[in-house]
Write a protein that binds this ligand. Structure first.
Ligand SMILES: [Zn+2]
Length: 199
């Protein structure tokens, strides 16, 4: 089992759609960013990549890439889940919190949960809404933040393998200690962690 944490925040600005967990929510303003700025989905992606030891969202979906301009973050999530699978992981569960002064999130939580669950390939998804209680920038509606944790399980693909031979695939074995995550399959093109995540 591996656990990962994700955090993201985007500014609220006029003239943008508000998309949270893939759900378009009626509001006076939306989140600013390179993609659809779906802060919740971005936090989930970072939690997944973190758990798998695959870096961060900026490495997989660079904001410098025009391909991700106004991109659907749910599609980015689906691609991230594909990368996890390629690296031998499956999602056990995801829990997240959206921190927003407005709008009220309660009526949308079920829809967000369903959208995320569909891409994650598990129903073990939980989305919570939290008010910052008027405190600080988030409380003054300067932006919306999200946090997520993800638990992954390594798929036991080599369970059938004769015990001695399995050692030839260290990426899929229970690890002795810390280190040694499976190499990211997609990290190819000189991608290095970028400060500006794929927003
Ligand atoms: Zn983001």
């Amino acid at each position: 089992m591996r656990v990962g944490i994700g955090y993201d925040v985007h500014p609220l600005v006029d003239g943008r759609r508000l998309v949270l967990g893939g759900v378009v929510i009626e509001h006076r303003a939306g989140l600013d960013g390179h993609s659809d700025a779906d802060v919740l989905t971005h936090a989930v992606i970072d939690a997944l990549l973190g758990a798998a030891g695959l870096g961060d969202i900026g490495r997989h979906f660079p904001a410098s890439d025009p391909k991700f301009k106004d991109a659907s973050s749910l599609e980015m999530l689906a691609a991230a889940v594909e990368s996890l699978r390629a690296a031998g992981f499956r999602v056990v569960n995801v829990d997240c919190t959206v921190i927003a002064q407005a709008p009220r999130l309660q009526p949308h939580l079920a829809a967000m949960t369903a959208e995320l669950a569909r891409r994650l390939g598990t129903d073990n998804v939980n989305v919570k809404g939290k008010s910052p209680e008027g405190i600080g920038a988030l409380g003054q509606e300067a932006g919306i933040a999200a946090q997520a944790v993800a638990m992954l399980e390594e798929e036991m693909q080599n369970r059938e393998a004769p015990s001695g031979r399995a050692a030839s695939r260290p990426g899929h074995l229970p690890r002795p200690a810390g280190k040694g995550s499976p190499p990211p399959r997609q990290a190819g093109k000189g991608s290095r962690p970028s400060r500006r995540a794929g927003r």
